[in-house]
Write a protein that binds this ligand. Structure first.
Ligand code: SF4
Length: 440
């Protein structure tokens, strides 16, 4: 049967149903219409994508909603947040603002030091993008040890973050005791490198209890459904170096996450799958992305990086953006940025800017691979041809940096070649021809 919007525009979804529930019966959803307009897509098609779980809509109060998934522009997330060693709220709020200013689509607050609730509230007040948290971080930080944390503590933190207005939360639900027993026997070089995944595993090993997110999965979905918060299913078993191959543990986590995603969708909760992140050989990235997408029913795929090499330390935002471009080009929908301080330190605001810009470049390359050359690139080339610098800066991913770097030669070209500017030299020689008078 042809899928169509059943209700006329203007009649909104009921307050009691989530976007997914409304989309499932073809009911009009204002947030879907807004995203369709922002992405230049048909609302009917987008509603269908949402109902099938291939696209999620992140909402944040009265702010513009954000769509993530198949057929949409690749999105970029920036992580900020205090650590136990550097618990400075002002710095993290500033980093969140910098991330937004340079084009991050979403911000994740990973604070573990200082007044965590206050930091989340301030970031919420001073930014506009959808916000994500990983509730186990704050729970561990507040309890001070893995073993003293209880399942109720975790549920309380989730309720608090949802009440605070976050757009999505991350849980690492797809690890079991059996998998941890197997992990102990593997020859992985790096073992587990996911922080949230290691916290969850540490709690399980210390208490002898099964995965708290798995045991309370329905209860968590119920909390999220009440405020239509997106569930991000974390990736504990991702590889931490390119010589740790995608092993059976990762594939099992992927299968479990795919099952959990179906269960969450049935409960009205939209789902993002985290996976494939960490460190992955560049030749394997497209194949693994395709596998992830297929196994999870083409749900939105969120990848951290991935880093295609391990020795770019100090420049991991560059190697990560190459991996991110390959992943996005192969179908990943959402990239988590990496900063130059990855593996070395908590980033500062300048490093956040570098990371965001590097990953916006990666996302744009990914979109070019997915959807063909973008019109912005053609426009920039046309303005470059006539040396219209201001228009080039406006189109550039970081126009501010371009403007700061620009050094004008006396002849109107830049100081790279000055009077020997290739474009100007040829235009001069072919004066009067079509070549010398390009159409803008
Ligand atoms: S001077 Fe060189 S680098 Fe600058 S616009 Fe001309 S050709 Fe390009």
């Amino acid at each position: 049967m042809e899928f169509e919007i059943l209700q006329v525009y203007g009649e909104n979804m009921s307050m009691d149903e989530t976007i997914l529930e409304a989309a499932a019966v073809g009911r009009e959803v204002p947030a879907v219409l807004e995203v369709a307009e922002a992405e230049g897509l048909s609302p009917v098609l987008l509603l269908k994508q949402v109902s099938s779980g291939r696209v999620v809509i992140m909402q944040r109060d009265e702010r513009p909603p954000l769509g993530i998934g198949e057929g949409l522009k690749t999105k970029v997330n920036a992580n900020v947040g205090t650590s136990a060693d550097l618990p400075h709220p002002d710095v993290e709020v500033e980093k969140a603002k910098v991330a937004e200013r340079y084009g991050a689509d979403t911000v994740t607050d990973l604070s573990m030091g200082g007044p965590v609730d206050d930091i989340l509230r301030r970031i919420w007040e001073e930014t506009t993008r959808p916000l994500t948290t990983v509730p186990i971080y704050q729970t561990v930080a507040q309890r001070g040890s893995f073993e003293s944390m209880t399942e109720d503590d975790l549920l309380r933190t989730i309720r608090r973050h949802v009440a605070a207005g976050v757009s999505s939360i991350v849980v690492h639900a797809a690890i079991t005791f059996e998998m941890l027993t197997e992990l102990a026997k593997t020859k992985r070089i790096m073992g587990i490198v996911s922080k949230g995944g290691s916290f969850t595993s540490a709690w399980m090993l210390k208490t002898g209890e099964e995965n708290p997110f798995l045991s309370n999965f329905e209860a968590i979905c119920e909390i999220l459904a009440r405020k239509d918060v997106v569930l991000s299913l974390g990736n504990t078993m991702r590889s931490g170096c390119i010589h740790d191959p995608m092993d059976g543990l990762q594939w099992r986590e992927l299968d479990m996450n795919a099952d959990l995603a179906r269960r969450a969708n049935e409960l009205g909760v939209q789902v993002i799958i985290e996976g494939m992140g960490g460190h992955v050989r560049p030749d394997r990235i497209p194949e693994y992305v395709a596998h992830y997408k297929e196994k999870t029913g083409y749900r939105p795929l969120f990848v951290a990086g991935p880093l295609p090499i391990d020795i770019g330390v100090g420049y991991d935002h560059i190697s990560g953006s190459v991996g991110g471009a390959l992943a996005a080009g192969a179908g990943a929908d959402y990239l988590c940025y990496i900063t130059p301080s990855e593996h070395l330190a908590l980033p500062n605001a300048a490093q956040v800017r570098e990371g965001v810009v590097a990953f916006r470049i990666a996302a744009h390359i990914g979109d070019t691979l997915k959807y063909g050359p973008r019109p912005q690139d053609e426009m920039l080339a046309r303005h470059r041809r006539v040396r219209d610098w201001e228009k080039q800066f406006k189109l550039a991913i970081d126009g501010e940096r371009a403007r700061e770097t620009f050094h004008r030669d006396g002849t109107g070209t830049c100081s790279m070649c000055g009077k020997y500017c290739a474009i100007a030299v040829m235009e001069d020689l072919l004066k009067g021809s079509t070549y010398a008078n390009p159409q803008i």
